[in-house]
Design a protein around this ligand. Structure first.
Ligand SMILES: [Cu+2]
Length: 150
C-alpha cells in the first residue's frame, strides 16, 4: 500500500513544482540511462541494470529501489571472493559529484526478487536517494541476451 501511494504521489509533486515556475531540480541531480531488466523465469530473480550520472556538486547515495513488478527490489553487488562469485546486499550505492556509476554484470545490480513481468514489458521503478528525492523510471524488460539481442 505504501508503495502504491508513493507512485501516485509522484506526478502530483512534479506537477506542483513545475506549476510554481521555479526550475525543478532533478532528483539529487541524478540522471538515469540505459535501464533494463533481464528476465529469465518467473521463479528466478531478474537482474536490473542502469547507468546513473550525478551532475551535481555533492555526492549522493542511492538508498532504495522499488517496483510493483518485483516484490522486493534490492541493491546488490557481485563480488569475486577467491574464485567464488557471490552477491552482497548494499545499504547504499554512492554516486560521486560529477561522477557516474554503471550497474552491470559482475558489479552493482538491482535484484528483482519476485518478477511479475515478461519480455517486451515496460515496468515502473522508483529509485530513492539519501536526500529524500525519488526518481521514477519506466524500465524495459529484455530476455537473457539483453538489449543487444532485441
Ligand atoms: Cu543480485
Amino acid at each position: 500500500m505504501k508503495r502504491f501511494l508513493m507512485l501516485l504521489a509522484l506526478p502530483v509533486l512534479l506537477g506542483a513544482a513545475s506549476a510554481s515556475g521555479t526550475p525543478v531540480p532533478s532528483p539529487a541531480n541524478v540522471h538515469a540511462a540505459n535501464a533494463w531488466f533481464r528476465y529469465l523465469l518467473p521463479n528466478l530473480p531478474a537482474g536490473g541494470y542502469i547507468t546513473l550520472t550525478n551532475s551535481g556538486d555533492t555526492t549522493t547515495r542511492l538508498v532504495k529501489a522499488s517496483s510493483p513488478a518485483c516484490g522486493a527490489l534490492m541493491l546488490h553487488k557481485s563480488e569475486n571472493d577467491g574464485g567464488t562469485s557471490m552477491m552482497v546486499m548494499m545499504k547504499s550505492i554512492t554516486i560521486p559529484a560529477h561522477g557516474q556509476v554503471s550497474f552491470a554484470e559482475g558489479g552493482y545490480h538491482l535484484m528483482c526478487m519476485q518478477p511479475k513481468m515478461k519480455v517486451g514489458d515496460k515496468v515502473s521503478m522508483v529509485l530513492g536517494f539519501d536526500d529524500g528525492d525519488n526518481l521514477l523510471l519506466m524500465v524495459p524488460v529484455y530476455g537473457p541476451g539483453g538489449p543487444a539481442s532485441q
